[in-house]
Design a protein around this ligand. Sequence first.
Ligand SMILES: Cc1cc2nc3c(=O)[nH]c(=O)nc-3n(C[C@H](O)[C@H](O)[C@H](O)COP(=O)(O)OP(=O)(O)OC[C@H]3O[C@@H](n4cnc5c(N)ncnc54)[C@H](O)[C@@H]3O)c2cc1C
Length: 386
Amino acid sequence: MALDFTFSEEQNFFRDMVRDAVNRLIMPRVKELDENEEFPRDLWREFASLGYLGLRHQEKYGGMDTDTISQMIFYEELARGSCGFAMSVIMQILMGTYFIGRFANEGIKQKILVPAIKGEKIATICFTEDQSGSDLGGTRTLATKVDGGWRINGRKQWITNGPIADVATVMATVDPKMGLKGLNFYLVEKKTEGRDGFAVGQRLHKLGSRCSVTSELVYDHVFVPDENFLGEQVGKGVQYAGEILNEVRVMTSMCALAIAKAAMDDAREYAKNRIAFGNPISKYQLIREKFAKYWAWYETSWNYSYKCAWMIQNKIPCTNECMLAKYHATEMCMYAVEEAMRIYGGNAFCTEYPPQRYWRDAKFLLYGGGTHEVLCDYLGRAFCKD
Ligand SMILES: Cc1cc2nc3c(=O)[nH]c(=O)nc-3n(C[C@H](O)[C@H](O)[C@H](O)COP(=O)(O)OP(=O)(O)OC[C@H]3O[C@@H](n4cnc5c(N)ncnc54)[C@H](O)[C@@H]3O)c2cc1C
């Protein structure tokens, strides 16, 4: 029997545990988290104490070393509670600490990775700049080789966890003229008295996912020692980034699936109870069609996204598949949150009701892991290739 769509007993148990934590710790606070626009440190500590920040890391550093499917289960359950909190936590687990776990020496791992897994240090990753988002080849943050290390100079924009980060993995170029071939990752700590490091620039106020805090980070000729170069060879930064891109895309699918389901579950309850022209609006065909379309797209998306997680887990090449999964799940989510807004009628426009929050939270998914124009450009080319 080669085709198997079941989760293992451990994975089901793991989902139950995460769901229970989300229901207990996040659900009662969803509105407050959105409205306050502040990073909830108490919640962070709770999730750290449950061990989840070490989901992908080895047990010897305090991690759980779980499989890819369990990681996706975690992302899906967490985003069901709060997309904003999920963004902060997933930044720590997936992008913020990956290159430290992969390349840093033992001393750095003890100093930074171990406390990060305990939640005592907050991590982030910096690709984006004012003039370069999708186009990483336009990176201008400069890494100059000096005696015993590197000097990093530049500004990074749109950095999740930026205002609270202790440590950042930064993409910088050894020469802007080299485009993608000049890019590398460097580990930089926050500037403190007595230590060179990055400074926090302008804080950005967001439409949605508001309890994950976002800012600019400024690198003003920051010195980092040679051991903070995260890689084996100069110029391989883009190749290294590619190692986690599939996971980033399927993770984004999981967040899209979670938001879409939450929005449509709420909308279904609303439709069953809202009376218009003598009937619950759920009795009208035009309303039912919205649920039917969503349901069809949701199920295909959910199954395909977990298939991609399984492919990653089994080291089966799946670049196109993960792009398709991200594209499909996110477009499905855009449909779901838009239709949920319509089902709620005028109440959707009131912040007392949830659909506007799902709608706002969901928009972010269009950018992370590749914008849909960029993904479609790549996929269209791949499809038409001779
Ligand atoms: C909430 C949030 C959190 C973020 N967190 C982080 C973070 O922690 N770290 C980080 O580094 N970045 C982060 N980002 C930045 C994110 O990665 C970028 O927004 C994304 O890469 C897109 O880049 P851009 O915004 O500069 O858009 P651009 O690349 O300027 O794109 C603008 C428009 O042009 C289109 N476009 C671009 N190129 C093409 C093309 N070749 N063909 C057709 N259309 C094209 C795009 O699809 C888009 O519609 C975050 C963004 C948001 C919104």
